[in-house]
Design a protein around this ligand. Sequence first.
Ligand SMILES: C[C@H](O)[C@H](O)[C@H]1CNC2=NC(N)=NC(=O)C2=N1
Length: 83
Amino acid sequence: MRSLDGWTHDQAADAISRVFKFKSFSEAFGFMTRVALEAQKADHHPDWSNNYDTVTISLSTHDAGGLSPKDIALARAIDKLLD
Ligand SMILES: C[C@H](O)[C@H](O)[C@H]1CNC2=NC(N)=NC(=O)C2=N1
């Protein structure tokens, strides 16, 4: 968790989440498109929402009923999209 800057651990849901704010809806949606491709590649999908220029992503492993290494890996892959 320490290496996941910007992500917070929701103890109750046993999930990690992060809010991403962009300059426009188009930028936010473009980011979501790229996240979707990463999720499909990993066969691991986010619980997420979009409000105009803001994307909120929460990661947990449904099959495991909580956090798993897949969530950490996907969070890292998502963060790399911001580089
Ligand atoms: C069969 C199972 O649904 C799939 O292996 C994947 C799909 N994407 C998934 N995404 C998430 N977040 N958790 C899962 O357990 C999960 N399972």
